[in-house]
Design a protein around this ligand. Structure first.
Ligand SMILES: Nc1ncnc2c1ncn2[C@@H]1O[C@H](COP(=O)(O)OP(=O)(O)OP(=O)(O)O)[C@@H](O)[C@H]1O
Length: 621
């Protein structure tokens, strides 16, 4: 008993540790990484390619230094001419300017090449990491967040973050070095003129500060608006038939227009920020040059600086606008790409946030990641969808290895919800669902599918070959193992395929009809070889012939495994070892069919009513 508060505390600690770097997302949304997490992830990416990054920095710095040669030598030419120097000296200085320009060109070209290579490699790493994380996401997280958000992160956001690494990052760095070198050169020529130049830049500082304070949130909102729009459009496309069948066209169009309106508003907000920033900056560039020319003119009149020094300082400050422009333009881009990178990195937080929400097993035999045996235990489980009402209340249940358990009950009793928890798709809000004393929802996907697989009526055929579709369940399965799996579920059609396992499936290839798609899915279950199979409406909606085919295939799949069946026909319950009756989120009766019938409770009533109406024996629940 004393263990419980401690567990709650540790869960709270886990949640708060997770939320430090990953702000808790709104319910049903994928998380966005916090600033610290973004910095850490960026530093990690740089560390993975330190040599290329260092070389890029060195060449950029050398290019910036070469860029300083021109104005300095031009100032010297002016002084030489004014002092009546020789033409040969002027020619030599002019050649020096040319050499400086050529050196700058070559060095910055090589620096850019190095930057691109670094960026492309890092982008490839980000993409790979994203795919790994997306595939490892719990199905419930993807279901609730929607495919649109995930797609927007994997396409637009990854591309934006990649562009930053390839172009923006190196550009900002080289521009910063150039700006520092230019200001240093002005100060070296004349500290007073240098001070005038720096004071003239104050306006830029204020304008940029104003912008930065608003930009991050505005760009995050823009990204979120794009994701929601993508989600709505994707739902329109995938649910087109339902939209047509129920005459929902106008409502969907209105929803889409509302989301487009939100996108436009979010874009207008960021556009407004840019439209204030850039004109303010353009004006601010002229100020230091004018200040240096006025003050320099006075100083030259007094004879304290040469004309060449004033011209060189003015040229340097004029030249300063180029790197500052780059920095400011890229700062704007950096804002949007940091927001994008935060959304991409947010996936790393999904596991952490989820871990905080998942119950753990108490005391002895605590979860160590590897199930000790095949026994499934449901212990004091409560569950609700998001902030909704509780749909499971204090459910306790143990399923012994090899047992056939049927779950029956009226519609809405919580049978499907319980099957999702048993399959590790959702995690309980309270209590635990374990296999071999390890919380099921904590198992990594490859280990989970060797323990428990949920079979429903929805069977997706993936674009790709028959082999690709089967190897989802067992990456290293040989062709003969794949064929044996197809044969065991009665998929004889596979033998007649012209290209065998290389036959492409889906649009443009072989289209599978309902029963064939189901057999393919069942062959995947055979290959995954889980010790427990959960059946939820696997054959409920099929026509009688297809259902007979599928049931034969199922029998082959279920042989020698633990079976938990959401029973829609009481014959299934009759044939099971035990029956669990669910009512209003609770298990109200549990036992063998005969015992429950003798007990004369809810199950007995169901059984008698089902038996007395043989012609109306529809599925219930
Ligand atoms: N994704 C969801 N979001 C919110 N509520 C849900 C969701 N899925 C189910 N529910 C609710 O949870 C409760 C239990 O539903 P569940 O589907 O588990 O019951 P069931 O016994 O399997 O019913 P049926 O036999 O009709 O499928 C119901 O009140 C249902 O409305």
């Amino acid at each position: 008993m004393t263990q419980l508060p401690r567990t709650k505390r540790s869960q709270r600690r886990a949640r708060s540790a997770a939320s430090e770097s990953h702000p808790e997302p709104p319910p049903g949304h994928l998380p966005v990484a916090g600033p610290r997490q973004v910095r850490r992830a960026a530093a990690h990416l740089i560390r993975q390619d330190t040599r290329a990054f260092t070389a890029m920095i060195v060449f950029n710095a050398l290019a910036a230094a070469a860029g300083l040669v021109g104005p300095w030598l031009l100032g010297r030419i002016i002084n030489t001419v004014k002092d009546g120097g020789s033409v040969a000296t002027v020619d030599r200085l002019a050649l020096g300017i040319l050499a400086g320009a050529v050196a700058q060109l070559l060095l910055s070209r090589h620096a850019r090449y190095l930057g691109h290579r670094f960026g492309e490699r890092t982008l490839a790493r980000i993409r790979e990491q994203f795919v790994d994380r997306a595939l490892a996401l719990p199905a419930s997280v993807v279901e609730r967040a929607g495919a649109g958000d995930l797609t927007a992160r994997g396409t637009t956001d990854v591309a934006t973050a990649g562009q930053t690494l390839r172009d923006t990052g190196p550009d900002v760095f080289v521009a910063a070095v150039q700006a520092l070198f230019i200001l240093g050169a002005v100060f070296l020529l004349d500290p007073l003129l240098g001070a005038c130049g720096v004071l003239g830049l104050v306006g830029i500082w204020f304008a940029t500060r104003w912008y930065l304070r608003r930009a991050h949130t505005a760009y995050l909102e823009e990204g979120a608006a794009h994701s929601t729009l993508a989600e709505v459009l994707a739902a329109n496309a995938s649910g087109a038939r339902t939209v047509e069948a129920f005459g929902l066209r106008e409502r969907r169009v209105a929803d889409s227009e509302e989301q487009i309106g939100r996108c436009v508003a979010a874009r207008e907000r960021t556009l407004f920020l840019r439209s204030v920033l850039f004109p303010s900056i353009d004006i601010s560039y002229a100020v230091p040059v004018v200040a240096v020319l006025i003050v320099g003119g006075v100083l030259h009149e007094q004879g304290s600086v040469s004309l060449g020094t004033v011209v060189a300082c003015a040229l340097y400050l004029r030249q300063l606008s180029q790197p500052l422009d780059t920095i400011l333009q890229q700062v704007e881009h950096l804002q949007s790409s940091t927001a994008s990178f935060a959304r991409v990195e947010g996936l790393a937080g999904t596991a952490a946030v989820e871990a905080g929400a998942v119950g753990t097993v108490e005391g002895e035999g605590r979860a160590e990641g590897v199930p000790a045996d095949d026994r499934i235990d449901v212990d004091g489980v409560c569950f609700s969808y998001g902030d909704g009402p509780q749909v499971l209340r204090d459910v306790d249940l143990s399923v012994r290895p090899g047992e056939r358990l049927a779950i029956v009950g009226p519609s809405g009793a919580g049978k499907t919800t319980l099957s999702r928890l048993l399959a590790g798709i959702d995690a309980p809000v309270k209590g635990s669902v374990t296999v071999g004393r390890v919380p099921i929802a904590d198992l990594p996907p490859d280990r989970l599918r060797r323990q428990v697989v949920l079979v429903t009526q929805e069977h997706h055929v993936f674009l790709g070959t028959v082999r690709d579709n089967l190897r989802i369940a067992a990456e290293s399965a040989t062709d003969s193992e794949l064929r044996a799996a197809l044969t065991s579920v009665g998929a004889d059609w596979a033998d007649g395929l012209e290209d065998g396992l290389d036959t492409e499936l889906g649009p443009g290839g072989r289209l599978l009809h309902g029963a064939e798609a189901q057999q393919l899915a069942l062959a995947r279950v055979v290959l995954a070889d889980p010790h427990t199979v959960i059946l939820d409406e696997a054959t409920a909606l099929l026509d009688p012939t297809t259902a007979r085919h599928t049931e034969r295939a199922l029998a082959a799949v279920l042989h020698g495994r633990t079976v938990i069946a959401i029973a829609h026909r009481l014959q299934t319950a009759h044939d099971a070892d035990r029956v669990a009756v669910m009512e209003d989120g609770r298990v109200t009766e549990l036992g063998a069919h005969d015992d429950l019938v003798s007990a004369d409770g809810a199950y007995a009533a169901l059984w008698h009513s089902w038996h007395s109406q043989p012609e109306e024996r529809p599925a219930f629940g």
